[in-house]
Design a protein around this ligand. Structure first.
Ligand code: SF4
Length: 587
């Protein structure tokens, strides 16, 4: 028998942050640098994995679980991790789990290399295991290229359990562990251990309360890799498990115990406010929920699509309504076809929905197989969500078949017309394993910049750091590469310009608190929260997309860069026009 002494769960940084860090951090950034982050969402993959392994006693109490989250803590050197977070005297062997999206695969492989060197120097045996979305999409890359000892593909819980049992029983690990997508409906099948994030070195004041109701999606969009990580079918959980998970994530103190919380700027401020004569007695619970240490009051569903069936959605909303907490989720906009479900969602606490609107062109939507979307009905559906009292974060994709240089302005028209509260935009990406990737390979439309650079310090099948949603990787059909790249930047600059933010405000000028909240949230999230958007906004001197000629540029070996100089010009302003007109125009 082999005893596993330490299990390290490592989340690397995204490559676009490593290659193009935000240098100007602003006042809030500097404040957070001094006081520690206020709120962060470290994720839910490792908490479910560790909870499952502990529940099924695959991990004994003798194994210490350590977490290292490079996005929150920075890329701590492994020598420091070994000194501060693990106990090298425990057990015969340690295990490092590294998770990565495709964009962070290079950083994952680099961290695996650093870990091996540190363990070799420390004289302790280590097994490095790669998991997460990229491992599910390209299961053989990491072991074939020698970056790790084993890969866990698909659903992590069962595959990781098999791997750890092999280690414990002294068997050689296999290159790939892959499990079927198991049924998760029975109570207690999954177990969430958000407590692992207590081990963060710079623990945020609040961690976003998180849960999952189902894995998988009722759709199978052409560009989406969800079927590889969460399976081809929808698998619901028992709503009672979901409710329990939410209940277990709350503030770490009450009004009675607030005197016992740790020192620090956030806690000192909270204590001072709660002790104020009138405000304190009236608002103490709310202040503790909003500012206190522990978890956020608002919780987030990590489901790929929370609206897979009317019945299960209704049951979920009814179960969480008594909690009296607000929530946010990602789901398909066909929910708006059922106003009674929208109302129920609002009554149960839904305040923000992330909706994959994708495109104002029905041709583009049809090419994605996204049958939940109908561009003619989209304006009405967004208005229904708004009328239900729910904010919309709309996600858009450019470079689809059916897009042309006018797509950026037509999308802006739709956004201003409907008053979409927050906007996310990406250039279509050929994520490995998806239909988009297979099409690009078979039509030879993958651009040369997608090849792994000859000078890369990490061997990869493709140039994964460019797979970030902000680079053109597939030759577009309706415009040039430059038009797509510059149009994407232009779109983000416009939609998050001060004028763009104001034009998206749905209230009245006299609603000052609401207007201030809309302005502040949009400004902060676009300048400091969404890094790719922040890069696009800072490209102040780019040309308007319609002035770009038909020649193709920007496909050097390292791909188009955010900081490539462009001549200055003023982007053309757009007037509001209903989406139905826009989509018909594309026809
Ligand atoms: S609706 Fe969203 S999660 Fe579902 S397949 Fe399409 S893109 Fe993926």
């Amino acid at each position: 028998m082999t005893t596993i002494g330490n299990l390290i769960c490592l989340t690397p940084r995204d490559s676009y942050v490593v290659d193009e860090p935000i240098r100007r951090r602003g006042l809030l950034g500097r404040l957070e640098g001094a006081t520690g982050p206020f709120v962060r969402s470290p994720g839910i993959g490792f908490p479910y994995l560790v909870g499952f392994l502990r529940k099924d006693r695959v991990l004994s109490s003798g194994t210490r679980v350590a977490v290292q989250h490079d996005k929150i803590e920075g890329p701590t050197p492994f020598e420091d991790i070994l000194r501060d977070k693990v106990d090298l005297r425990r057990g015969d062997r340690d295990v490092l789990f590294v998770t990565a999206y495709t964009n962070s695969a290079r950083e994952a492989y680099r961290r695996a290399r650093e870990a091996r060197a540190a363990y070799a120097a420390a004289g302790k045996r280590l097994t490095v295991v790669f998991g997460g979305p990229h491992a599910s999409s390209v299961p053989d890359e990491a072991t074939r290229r020698g970056h790790v000892d084993a890969t866990v593909a698909g659903e992590g819980e069962w595959a990781a359990a098999e791997l750890l049992n092999d280690i414990r029983e002294g068997r050689a690990v296999k290159p790939i562990y892959r499990s079927e997508f198991a049924r998760i409906r029975d109570r207690g099948t999954l177990a969430l251990d958000m407590g692992i994030w207590q081990g963060l070195r710079r623990r945020p004041q609040q961690i976003v309360a998180s849960t999952t109701f189902a894995r998988g999606c009722k759709l199978d969009c052409h560009f989406c890799a969800v079927f590889l990580t969460n399976g081809p079918n929808v698998r619901n959980r028992d709503v009672s498990d979901v409710v329990e998970e939410i209940r277990s994530q709350g503030p770490a103190c009450t009004r009675e115990t607030i005197g016992e919380i740790a020192p620090g700027l956030y806690n000192s401020l909270l204590k001072a406010l709660v002790r104020l004569p009138v405000l304190g007695s009236l608002w103490s619970d709310r202040l503790i929920a909003r500012m206190g240490p522990g978890f956020t009051d608002r919780f987030f569903f990590w489901d790929d699509n929370l609206y897979n069936a009317a019945g299960s959605f209704k049951a979920l909303c009814e179960a969480i309504r008594p909690l009296g907490r607000s929530w946010a989720a990602e789901l398909t906009i066909d929910l708006a076809e059922k106003p009674e479900l929208l109302k129920l969602a609002y009554d149960s606490g839904c305040r923000d929905l992330f909706l994959g609107i994708e495109s104002v062109s029905q041709t583009a939507i049809d090419g994605l197989d996204k049958w939940s979307n109908d561009t003619k009905a989209m304006r009405e559906r967004v208005i229904r969500v708004h009328n239900a009292g729910i904010n919309v974060m709309g996600a858009f994709v450019f470079g689809l078949d059916g897009d042309d240089p006018s797509s950026f302005d037509r999308t802006l028209e739709f956004i201003y017309d409907t008053g979409i509260d927050f906007v996310v935009a990406n250039i279509i990406q050929p994520y490995p394993g998806t239909g988009t990737f297979k099409d690009a390979i078979s039509s030879d439309d993958l651009l040369p910049c997608t090849r792994c650079p000859a000078h890369s310090d990490v061997a990869m099948d493709y140039n994964w750091p460019l797979f970030d949603g902000a680079h053109v990787l597939v030759r577009p059909k309706g415009m040039t590469i430059d038009q797509l790249q510059e149009g994407y930047y232009y779109f983000l600059r416009e939609v998050y310009s001060l004028t763009g933010i104001v034009r998206r405000f749905r209230g009245h000028a006299y609603e000052l608190p609401r207007a201030a909240s809309h302005l502040a949230r949009n400004y902060l999230v676009s300048r400091y929260g969404m890094i790719k958007t922040a890069h696009a906004i800072r490209r102040k001197s780019a040309r308007p997309v319609n002035s770009i000629g038909a020649t193709e540029h920007g496909t050097s070996a390292t791909g188009p860069r955010h900081d490539r100089a462009q001549p200055a010009a003023s982007p053309r302003r757009v007037k509001a026009r209903p989406i139905a007109d826009a989509s018909n125009a594309r026809g």
